[in-house]
Every structure is written in C-alpha cells, then in structure tokens.
Design a protein around this ligand. Sequence first.
Ligand code: NI
Length: 172
Amino acid sequence: MKRNILIHPDPRLKKVCAPVDDLSDELRALADDMLETMYDAPGIGLAAPQIGVLERLIVLDCVKEEGATPRPLVMFNPEIISASDETSVYEEGCLSIPDQFAEVTRPAEVEVAWMDQNGKAQRETFDGLWATCVQHEIDHLNGKLFIDYLKPLKRQMITRKMVKLKRELARA
Ligand code: NI
C-alpha cells in the first residue's frame, strides 16, 4: 500500500526516531509499503519518519540504470560504523522537499550495520551514490534534513517555498 509522504516543514521530520527492538509482521509490511512508496515517487531512498512513523527504519535502492536489476534494501536500526576521510559531493534532493536540490558534502565511503527484514544482522561498505543515500536516510532518523547542511539563507528560502507549496496542496 502506498503511503503519504510528509512535506517539510513538519515536526515529525525533526524528531529522533526510536530503535526497533521487535521485528513484527506489521513492521515488515511497513517496509514493503515504504519500498512501494519510494519506487512510485520515484525516489532512491525513504525513511520511516517521512511517512509519519517515528521508528528507525529506512529503505533504499540506488540502482538507476535502465533495465538493471533492482536492489531494494530494508534497514532496521541502521548505524554508521565508520566513515572515510575522503569526501564526495552530490546534488541531493528529498521526497519531503520536492523539486529542491543542493550540493552536500559527505564522507565518500561508509560502513553500515543494520538488521534486515528477516531479523538478520548485516554489514556492508557503501560508496558512490549508495554512500550518500544511506547517510541522507540515516540523517532522517535523527531529525536531520539535507537542507540542514546548507547556509541559513538558502535553507530559509527552500523552507518558505515548501510552506507555500503545502498551502497550495491544502487548497487543491
Ligand atoms: Ni530525504
């Protein structure tokens, strides 16, 4: 089932999310809903708070090439174990901040540990777009958005645009 994606500003996007300690069928179904919502948007990552669920769960799939096999990843309690000193810059966007993009500098490589949909512990090193995406999504679980990395003026400009967009959506 497709879920509604919250648009910034929303207090639920600023909260630190709670760890998942019991992997229920409900949470597994939620992960499937999040993947469906992400692919439909379309996007390459989605965090639970973006659909109003304040738990530590993210989904991502950064395979973008036409015709390539998708690689949906579901991560409960994702944690960055280590990050490279080397950085990379990507133009980031966010499904909660539609049509706004800005360059963000982050570690180029990160090792991430998480629990998968079967409750199994996983660990993997990501680079390229995957590294940026997984960091962006984990930030969501800590109430942090990519615009928080921007200069205040730019951030305020984007926020004002989103306030206007939400007003228009509410009227439609
Ligand atoms: Ni986002």
